[in-house]
Ligand binder design. Sequence first.
Ligand code: FE2
Length: 209
Amino acid sequence: MKQEVLGIPFFKFDINPDKIEEIAKILTLLPWRENDTNLIWEGVSLDGQGGSDLYKNPDLAYLFDWMQDCMAEVCDEMGIPNKLVCNAAWANLNKKGDWFYDHTHSNCFMSSNYFVSGNSGTTKWYYPNPYYDKSNIWPFNSKDWDDKFNLTHEEPTVPGRYMVFPPTIRHRATPNNGTCDRITVAANWFPTGIINSSGVSHLNIQVIQ
Ligand SMILES: [Fe+2]
């Protein structure tokens, strides 16, 4: 389902409710490591070898197959003839009090976030407010300047919900003040095959996992 967020097309899907608990159980049992303000799936490696390939976990085949179907709908809506391939995926776990700093997603055309579990904390997006973005006039003096300089949108943690959004839009996970762990899966996508820009400039690329 397409939803205008900050005037930008985001896409929101909800998985089969019967699958929510099963997927959450699989994610909970993954190995995790410290990541400054929260925990991150241990499979993420910093040496560039492997890592970020959570889509290879056979236990999560249902989830990633379903995401693939969602991305096909996104492509239909966006007029993209190519198949999008998941080129990176990982997971974060926020225990009570944990949060995750603002960031964008590199090396992808589309980014996405699947809410696995949790009953608190939000994903919050920040998009430059055009009144201030192209000027140096900031007529405010407050600690929440980031909320004034930007237009913002917060999506509550609804287990089973999947959000697809532009990777260049800055976002963060707000603190988990709830009673259970908040787990999310991030997945990045890139078009494979001939990317044809109206016949003028094309790029023939095979995205492999
Ligand atoms: Fe993210």
